[in-house]
Design a protein around this ligand. Sequence first.
Ligand code: 5GP
Ligand code: MN
Length: 338
Amino acid sequence: MNSEDINAVARLLSKPQKIVIIPHKNPDGDAIGSTLALWHYLKNRGQKAQIIAPNDFPKFLKWMPGQDQILNFEKENAQSKAYIDEATLIFTLDFNHLGRIGQVEPCLKESDATFIMIDHHQAPSDYADYMYSDVLMSSTCEMVYNFIEFLGDDDKITPEIANCIYTGIMTDTGSFKYSSTTSRTHRVVAALIDKGAENTKAHNLVYDTNTPNRLHLLGCALKNMVILEEYSTAYITLSQDELDTYGFQKGDTEGFVNYGLTLHGICFAVIFIENKDEGIIKISFRSEGDFSVNEFARKHFNGGGHTNAAGGRSDVSLKETVDYFSTLLKDYKTQLNP
Ligand code: 5GP
Ligand code: MN
């Protein structure tokens, strides 16, 4: 964020505002961690602030300090709309185009609040008045830490804020192992532990939350894995029937896609998950090295994300989606076998 924008935001925050903070749809650890951290910080500064999530978030995040205050736009629609109508300042976190917030999009388009984006995805659109966008950042949580520091308030990072930021950095970096993890990320994490982040607790509460059903669903997913050595690709499918058999709960499939990449010689991993309620196939893409799943998802599956982690969707059946995907691979053979 340049110093002009920092000064402008500092001026805005020096006056009382009605603030709404919005993460992307199907919020993950980084989206929930960053919105909660910012919420605590703004509340502690005496601002009125409300987080509105487009929809529900996984149970393994429902221990984070302040999470019970988050409104679910789908379920608490009238209340959420009233907050957005009244807002003077809207922070959008961990996404960079309004198509990522589902049903909240038309409401935001009508708002005349000042918009501030904090985000680390590629190709931001230009809806925000102030934009802190940096694709080199490990996570939006690391950016919220920087944002608080830009405002000269690192001494205002409480244990609650530290725990929220720590958790989002942990989940978005695959526990500090993805290439987006820099020495600065580790310095931030070290400072967070000094400020009260409980690292072991966060790890246990997020990752040691398996149920027998989830492990059986993982077994099913791994059994369904198709390995296409020719394209250095592995993909998994999960049908709605399979999800139902194992009592699928939101968040249960988190991390499944990564198993493909643990195979020697595989640099492109994909999971296709049928969602009959929404009538779509939700797709997650992961890669190792230079192959940009962001470009692939953007071009073929109405999605996007980062170079090595992206998502998208398809409106045709699971089988048709996988068939289409398989035909696309032929055009990427040289990129996938460098
Ligand atoms: P995941 O596969 O874990 O849902 O998402 C991986 C990354 O891609 C995340 O950074 C997420 O924000 C982004 N992403 C997931 N789904 C979509 C999508 O439909 N559109 C866009 N633009 N990004 C997505
Ligand atoms: Mn993120």
